[in-house]
Design a protein around this ligand. Structure first.
Ligand SMILES: [Zn+2]
Length: 104
């Protein structure tokens, strides 16, 4: 998993240790996972690559990352993808909930 975002190593270590599953759909990451869809990918909760702290960096699966793209989290959460996967502001990981509480 290449880190091409300039994420500091200490942040990378914190996040890798805390995010064992997708912060959005909660699929478990395993070492045997080879498929793109359930592979962990670096996610900026706020789409700003200058914000590289642990409150903005998380790991989500390739499937969620591809769907979310550059959409605002609040907008993405009401997309067909999230509805189909039952991803809501109440089902996401606490790092994402913390962000949503701040903006609301
Ligand atoms: Zn996911």
């Amino acid at each position: 998993m290449a880190n091409r975002w300039g994420i500091p190593k200490e942040v990378e270590d914190i996040v890798r240790n805390s995010d064992r599953s997708c912060v959005y759909c909660r699929i478990q990451f395993t070492d045997s996972t080879k498929s793109f869809k359930s592979r962990p990918t670096w996610e900026h909760i706020i789409n700003d690559i200058r914000m590289n702290g642990p409150e903005n960096i998380s790991l989500c699966c390739g499937s969620c990352n591809a769907s979310k793209g550059s959409k605002l989290l609040e907008v993405w959460l009401i997309s067909k993808y999230c509805i189909a996967k039952k991803i809501t502001k109440n089902s996401v990981a606490s790092v994402v909930k913390d962000y949503l509480e701040k903006v609301n």
